[in-house]
Design a protein around this ligand. Structure first.
Ligand code: ZN
Ligand code: ZN
Length: 243
């Protein structure tokens, strides 16, 4: 490189750095960093995520090798959603990211979470003719506290990316579940009245329901039931960031 080229390169790098700093830790990103649009996450910060890619339960999407359907899904009698898929394992790393995003309101992380959801979309849902993307609702009291609904934000980012309309099909009628409900059946019964359909006039066939975390599947199940009661022809598919 001539002196002129070196000087030119230096000036360009200063004016337009090739990689902005890692979104999470601030250290310099490079070509091996994870890219989410114009945001980058360095290899160190991505290293703790475990993507769910291997053999999974065909219903709930958990890593599962002993047959097609896991023991929890086999036990469910009225399966309301067709299937659910998740991007990453809900390990310490994922918990830390979600806490920073959801509870501390660090919304700059949203595009990274959405990019991981998009990986799942490409693998599982791109060919499925999804009509509408919905999201798990947040009670208005919680919305006042947190100022945003993380599931809605992720749904909107995914919707923009895949060019599918995003619609709030559900409202949440109670802020919290009854803590006294211990068993799985009790929990589901309590959840059934926690969601109500929103006033949406349009019809659709395949709904993709976005949530941040899939734990027991009770929320997904209850939400899917309400959607199917209101829009009887609808099929509900789930996508969550972690599980
Ligand atoms: Zn980093
Ligand atoms: Zn399962």
């Amino acid at each position: 490189m001539t002196l002129w080229q070196t000087a030119r390169r230096f000036v360009l790098d200063v004016l337009f750095p090739p990689f902005p700093p890692c979104l999470y830790c601030g250290q310099e990103a490079n070509e091996k960093s994870f890219a989410a649009g114009t945001a980058f996450v360095c290899q160190d910060c991505m290293s703790g995520f475990i993507r769910i890619e291997g053999p999974i339960c065909s219903v709930c999407g958990r890593p599962w090798i002993q047959g097609e359907i896991c023991r929890d899904c086999v036990r469910r009698t009225h399966q309301a959603f067709c299937q659910s898929r998740s991007a990453v394992t809900y390990n310490e790393k994922a918990k830390e990211w979600l806490a920073r995003y959801k509870y501390r309101g660090d919304r700059v992380l949203a595009p990274v979470l959405a990019e991981l959801l998009y990986e799942v979309w490409q693998r599982e849902y791109a060919s499925l003719s999804i009509d509408v993307i919905a999201y798990m609702p947040l009670h208005e009291d919680r919305l006042m506290e947190r100022t945003f609904n993380q599931a809605e934000e992720l749904a909107r980012l995914l919707g923009e990316r895949v060019r599918i309309p995003v619609c709030g099909l559900l409202v949440r009628t109670r802020a919290t579940e009854k803590q006294s409900m211990k068993g799985r059946g009790d929990r589901l019964a309590a959840l059934q009245h926690i969601f109500a359909p929103a006033a949406v006039a349009r019809s659709f066939r395949r709904v993709l329901l976005v949530d941040d975390v899939y734990t027991t599947g009770s929320s997904m199940q209850a939400a899917a039931q309400v959607i199917r009661q209101q829009w009887s022809q609808a099929e509900v598919y789930g996508i969550t960031w972690a599980r």
